[in-house]
Design a protein around this ligand. Structure first.
Ligand SMILES: C[S@@+](CC[C@H](N)C(=O)[O-])C[C@H]1O[C@@H](n2cnc3c(N)ncnc32)[C@H](O)[C@@H]1O
Length: 264
C-alpha cells in the first residue's frame, strides 16, 4: 500500500529501496532543461536560492556551483537522506515540509521546485507561500509533468498506448493530478506574479534509450495490474521492450512544463 503522508499526496514510499536511483534517473533526464531555464533567468554569483523538494540534489549542486562562495543555497525536502552528500559550504540542507513549515518573507532571489507541487494538497497556496519568500523582483521556477503525451509513440502501438495511459489514471486514483503542468500558467497568473513565461518539453526516445522509464513501469507494475488498468502480460511486454535493443518504438514520455515568474 502507498503510505499517504499528512500534507502530501507523494506517491512513493520515501524509504523504499531504489527510491534514490529513481529520483536520480529522473533528475538526470530533466536537469539540462531545468539548468537552461535557470541560466535564462540569470542566476549568478551571490544569489540566495531555495530548492524545495530537492530529491537527489542535482539541481542544488548546480546552483551551489553557480552562485559561488558569495551565494547561498537552501535545499529542503521531507526526506533529506539523499541530500546528505551535499556538503558544500554554501549549501544548507533542511528537513522541511513546504506545506506546514515556515519559509520566511523576502528571503530569496530564486526559488525552484521541480515535480513537487503535484504531490501537495493545495498547489495554489504553496505557490503563494513561495512568492512571499522571494525578495521583490525575485524569480520562481516551478516545473511539473503533464502526462498527456505519455501514450504518444511512433509508429502506433496499441499495447504501449494502453499501458502508458495507466500511470495517469493511477495518479488520479491516488488523489494526484496527471495534468499539473498544464495548470501552472494559470496558477502563476492567479497570484498576480509578473513576467510569467511557460514552456513544455518532451523527450521522444527509442525505448532502449530510456531505462529510467522502464524502472517506473517496473515500480508501478503491481499497482497498475491490481487497479485493473492493464493485464500482467501487457505491462510485462512494455517492460521487456525497454530491454530490447532492436525495439525501434519511439515514446514521448511526459511533458515537463517549466513555468517561471517574478515577484512584483
Ligand atoms: C518526484 S521527486 C522530485 C525531486 C527533485 N525535485 C527532482 O526533480 O529531481 C518529489 C520530491 O518532493 C518531495 N516532497 C514531497 N512532498 C513534499 C513536501 N510536502 N515538502 C517538501 N518536499 C516534498 C519528495 O520527498 C521528493 O524528494
Amino acid at each position: 500500500m502507498l503510505e499517504r503522508m499528512a500534507s502530501t499526496t507523494y506517491m512513493f514510499d520515501t524509504a523504499e529501496e531504489g527510491e534514490r536511483d529513481r529520483l536520480l534517473a529522473q533528475a538526470l533526464m530533466w536537469d539540462p532543461v531545468t539548468r537552461r531555464r535557470l541560466h535564462d533567468i540569470g542566476v549568478t554569483e551571490g544569489w540566495r536560492c531555495l530548492e524545495v523538494g530537492a530529491g537527489s540534489g542535482t539541481v542544488t549542486r548546480w546552483l551551489a556551483d553557480t552562485v559561488g562562495e558569495t551565494g547561498h543555497v537552501v535545499a529542503t525536502d521531507i526526506e533529506t537522506k539523499w541530500l546528505r552528500s551535499l556538503d558544500a559550504p554554501n549549501v544548507q540542507v533542511m528537513r522541511h515540509d513546504v506545506t506546514t513549515d515556515p519559509l520566511g518573507e523576502s528571503v530569496y532571489d530564486l526559488i525552484c521546485a521541480r515535480l513537487v507541487l503535484v504531490h501537495l494538497p493545495d498547489p495554489h497556496a504553496t505557490v503563494d507561500k513561495l512568492l512571499r519568500a522571494l525578495v521583490p523582483g525575485g524569480w520562481l521556477l516551478v516545473e511539473e509533468y503533464d502526462m498527456i503525451s505519455l501514450p504518444m509513440c511512433h509508429p502506433p502501438d496499441a499495447t504501449w498506448r494502453k499501458v502508458a495511459a495507466a500511470p495517469a489514471e493511477m495518479l488520479s486514483m491516488g488523489g494526484g493530478d496527471p495534468h499539473m503542468g498544464a495548470k501552472l500558467t494559470s496558477i502563476l497568473h492567479a497570484t498576480g506574479a509578473a513576467d510569467v513565461d511557460t514552456e513544455a518539453v518532451a523527450l521522444p526516445r527509442r525505448m532502449p534509450q530510456v531505462p529510467s522509464w522502464q524502472a517506473q513501469f517496473g515500480q508501478f507494475r503491481e499497482r497498475l495490474v491490481d487497479a485493473g488498468l492493464v493485464s500482467p502480460a501487457e505491462v510485462d511486454k512494455v517492460i521487456a521492450d525497454f530491454d530490447d535493443e532492436s525495439c525501434d518504438l519511439v515514446v514521448y514520455g511526459p511533458l515537463l512544463v517549466s513555468a517561471r515568474c517574478r515577484k512584483p
